[in-house]
Design a protein around this ligand. Structure first.
Ligand code: RAM
Length: 510
């Protein structure tokens, strides 16, 4: 154990485990899923009759109905069945839950993705003696629910008495405030969808997505915390998550990319180079949002350690990829990441240095501003193409949003040059674009930091506004408008459609 405080941090994280709030949600209608080439991902939900047609009536031997809950739900399903007489054969039913019409239309048995099939929400249940109300054991995330009974006994008839979702979240809806004046209908819908996304992901930790992976990721937490400071302001949940990461550090003191559980000690998942090094940045955001300084000082050594470890992969102030770590940056295929990684680390050194100054620990890291300045100079020298006015990464000298964004956040250019760089990046053609909302969010942050609030607002409205227009209830993990079935996982049915790294809500209240 690198940090002897780890058991204390773990115990404190357990103490901060939140009570979940419950809401009872019931279906708003029956629907059927129809193919429609003009609909997003080729499928849409159309009304299929009133609910009265299926509740409290005698149903045929085999039946299947698809319910729309009218909003995104995260919680436990409870179904009440009625039986006309003593049951002579086990009662069997199936359930399928989906975030989107496309997912409901997909045949889960044809799944070929790299992630576990278990994420797809479909199961069968058999009861020898069914209780009047059956509460399903797993927590689900869905808007649409299909309930199927096949070949029930011809001896007894079944009726459907009730169906509800006991929805759970640790977000306090009473804390929601209205948007500042000057916001229009589109802003309001982006804000509403973003808040719903964040609330759905707020469980006993900030989950990346309540359907999948249902766990705490550091890069996601950074964006979720930023969003939450302006929304539900659940400081205790943010503290708990930071403690889980601190307690899950490895024998070298490395913060993991994700954490699975909390007891007795949090279990660390894999490591992502560009997530871990931003630990100090998250602490600085927390401090500036009004977090407790004593708490942050307690975790300061963890932030410092991440910077020390990152330097092991630098030579002559340049990041040297020894292929030891997972470099994330974005899901875009074929992305050259070296330059962006250099930007992340430079930014991390600058921000961790600022954190030290605010904590009164600057004497411990006097060299950080100097290291950051040297990294900037080395980056400019190695990757900046003066003629093109852009940074180019990798052997192929690739032009990408990722490189420009992180070089901007790192402060590699002057303020005026950065403004120009970011604007040309957005307007430019021929640059590799983001593969999803995570990197779009970094662009919004870079624009905000450069003082380009109108540009940040425009991008937010263009990108997330498009998802709103396409009918999103919550913001999606993956979104490329021109490629509806894009997936990083080998099969789009496992994509998450409620993913908190996707929410841009901090923007409207920043
Ligand atoms: C995905 C997760 C998460 C992200 C990592 C890198 O599988 O959903 O949001 O942080 O990958």
């Amino acid at each position: 154990m690198y940090f002897s405080e780890a058991p204390r941090w773990a115990a404190e994280a357990i103490r901060l485990r939140p009570e979940l709030r419950h809401r009872s949600l019931t279906p708003t209608g029956l629907i059927r899923i129809e193919a429609d080439p003009t609909a997003w991902q080729g499928w849409k939900a159309v009304p299929a009759g009133p609910l009265e047609e299926v509740f409290d009536v005698e149903l045929p031997r085999s039946w299947s109905y698809t319910f729309d809950f009218g909003e995104y739900c995260v919680g436990y399903i409870e179904i009440g069945f009625g039986f006309s007489r003593r049951i002579d054969a086990p009662f069997r039913f199936r359930i399928k839950l989906a975030e989107t019409p496309f997912e409901m239309a997909s045949d889960f048995d044809s799944y070929r993705g790299g992630l576990g099939r278990g994420w797809l929400q479909e199961e069968s249940f058999v009861f020898d003696a069914p209780p009047p109300v059956i509460r399903l054991p797993r927590r689900y995330a869905f808007r649409y629910l299909r309930l199927t009974v096949e070949s029930n006994s011809s001896y007894y008839a079944v009726s459907l008495k009730s169906l509800r979702c006991d929805a759970v979240s640790s977000a306090d809806p009473d804390r929601l405030t209205s948007l500042p004046t000057g916001c229009d209908e589109l802003d309001r819908s982006i804000d509403r969808i973003g808040s719903a996304t964040l609330a759905a992901c707020m469980q006993t930790c900030y989950e990346d997505g309540p359907k999948r992976d249902r766990r705490l990721w550091l890069g996601d937490l950074r964006l979720q915390a930023l969003a939450d400071y302006t929304r539900f302001r659940n400081f205790n949940l943010i503290r708990r998550c930071l403690l889980l990461f601190a307690a899950a550090t490895d024998e070298e003191g490395r913060v993991p990319a994700c954490v699975y559980s909390d007891e007795p000690m949090p279990a660390a998942g894999n490591f992502i180079f560009d997530y871990g090094v931003l630990f100090g940045d998250i602490l600085l955001d927390h401090l500036r949002a009004g977090g407790d300084i004593g708490f942050i000082r307690d975790l300061w050594p963890v932030a410092k350690r991440q910077c020390e470890l990152a330097l092991e992969d630098f030579e002559d102030d340049l990041f040297l990829d020894r292929h030891r770590h997972w470099l994330f940056i974005d899901w875009q295929d074929g992305l050259e990441k070296e330059c962006a990684i250099q930007g992340v680390v430079t930014y991390a050194f600058a921000r961790t240095g600022e954190l030290a100054a605010e904590l009164g620990c600057e004497a411990e890291v006097l060299e950080y501003p100097v290291i950051a300045a040297r990294m900037r100079a080395a980056a400019r020298e190695k990757w900046f193409d003066e003629r093109a006015g852009f940074f180019r990464s990798g052997a192929s000298r690739q032009l990408s949003w990722a490189s420009q964004i992180w070089m901007a956040l790192a402060g590699t250019l002057t303020e005026a040059e950065t403004i120009d760089l970011l604007r040309r990046t957005i307007a430019g053609t021929g640059l590799v674009k983001p593969g999803g909302p995570y990197l779009y969010n970094q662009m919004v942050l870079a624009l905000e930091r450069a003082g380009l609030h109108d540009d940040a607002r425009r991008l937010t409205r263009d990108y997330w506004g498009k998802m709103a227009e396409l009918g999103a209830d919550t913001f999606w993990e993956v979104f490329l408008p021109e490629e509806p079935l894009r997936t990083p996982y080998g099969d789009p049915m496992v994509n998450s459609h409620c993913h908190a790294w996707s929410t841009p809500v901090y923007h409207f209240r920043a």
